[in-house]
Design a protein around this ligand. Structure first.
Ligand code: ZN
Ligand code: ZN
Ligand code: ZN
Length: 356
């Protein structure tokens, strides 16, 4: 993520802002410019400082304080680039569900920010694509059963209960996870979606490369799941996998590693935006130092990402401990995990037609 600037008064703006705190300008995000812009009213439409000459309107979900993205005034869809993928949203007459949905939308927009920056395809249901991307945000039904967060052929379901902090934290502890967030769910589930597109649909040669790194995706998923819940992750999982859950099945290893790749790219961009450099006085060790003055979405060499990421995690984890908080990034990236990330990095760069 980056920092933005108010085009009217130069105030620094954050991605979720809807109004400039200094000059009061209304703000909207222009996905085609990947920019948050100050807006001036123009009749029933808006003109953006970041792109004068185009008349805009807000996404329909703006009316529910659930979106700050814009679309050209003449666009036939009522919804922005991110919200037109919503297939099911909760009943908005229920205030608790409305609040939960807003939190989900915040995480979803952050996901889409990264997809836009990486130029990954996000086909809508009416695009004619054989596997369009859509979202169901579902509350648990009244019969006591639970909605499962997951991915199925382009449909991503996020359980609304995951937006409730105590519920999500209880699930995290019960599953022995080190990290569980709404944004993490989006980054994980979208990983399954891009596995379909970038690996499965790319043919046997790609599948063979995938299997050499992540294992055999043809393994029975139900059995793998049962084994994982009965026995947990094998001893020494940290040497080969980024998380315990990644050991469950090749698909989960891919989705977990994919999610971490997005964590790293997005967090490094934010560090770069703040001009963060890591250079501890006490150490004379290049492995402890990082100069993050690059755009992580455009770096061809994955080594630069990992070499910047590790010192940054030492620093931010130490900052969190100083505040009595859990580590910001409670994971290690062993060499086999870095190899899997390099594979994902290469596939993303090919898919987004970014220079190799
Ligand atoms: Zn301003
Ligand atoms: Zn929207
Ligand atoms: Zn998964």
């Amino acid at each position: 993520m980056q920092l933005f600037k108010c085009g009217r008064c130069d105030q620094v703006l954050y991605f979720e802002n809807t109004e400039c705190v200094r000059c009061g300008a209304k703000l909207g995000f222009l996905p085609e410019r990947v920019a948050l812009s100050a807006l001036e009213p123009d009749g029933a439409a808006w003109v953006a400082h970041e792109r004068p000459g185009v008349r805009y309107r807000f996404c329909r979900n703006w009316e529910h304080s659930a979106c700050n993205w814009m679309l050209p005034a003449e666009d036939p869809s009522p919804y922005c680039r991110a919200c037109r993928h919503n297939r099911t949203i909760p009943h908005l007459g229920d205030d608790a569900r409305l609040q939960a949905w807003r939190r989900i939308e915040v995480a979803k927009r952050r996901l889409f920010y990264t997809l836009l920056r990486l130029r990954l395809p996000t086909p809508t249901v009416d695009s004619g694509d054989p596997e369009p991307l859509s979202f169901d945000f579902l509350a648990d039904p009244a019969d006591g059963s639970r909605v499962m967060t997951g991915h199925d052929n382009g449909h991503i379901t996020i359980a609304l209960s995951e937006a409730d902090d105590p519920t999500r934290e209880a699930a995290r502890v019960a599953m022995g996870e080190l990290y569980r967030t709404l944004l993490g769910h989006f980054r994980h589930e979208i990983g399954h979606y891009y596995w379909d597109r970038l690996v499965r649909d790319a043919g046997e040669a790609e599948l063979a490369r995938f299997r050499a790194l992540f294992g055999d995706d043809r393994e029975d998923y139900g059995e793998a799941l049962q084994r994982y819940y009965a026995n947990g992750a094998p001893e020494g999982w940290q040497d080969t996998h980024v998380s315990r859950y990644a050991t469950m099945h090749a698909w989960e290893d891919w989705a977990e590693t994919w999610a971490h790749y997005l964590h790293i790219v997005d967090t490094l961009e934010m560090a770069a935006a703040f001009g963060i450099r890591i250079a501890p006085d006490i150490a004379d060790d290049p492995a402890m130092e990082a100069d993050i003055s690059f755009d992580p979405h455009r770096v061809a060499d994955i080594g630069r990402l990992i070499e910047a990421w590790l010192p940054l995690t030492y620093a931010v984890n130490s900052l969190n401990r100083a505040m009595g908080q859990p580590d910001l990034y409670p994971f290690a990236i062993a060499p086999p995990v870095a190899e899997k990330m390099a594979y994902i990095h290469a596939l993303i760069r090919r898919a987004g037609r970014l220079p190799a």
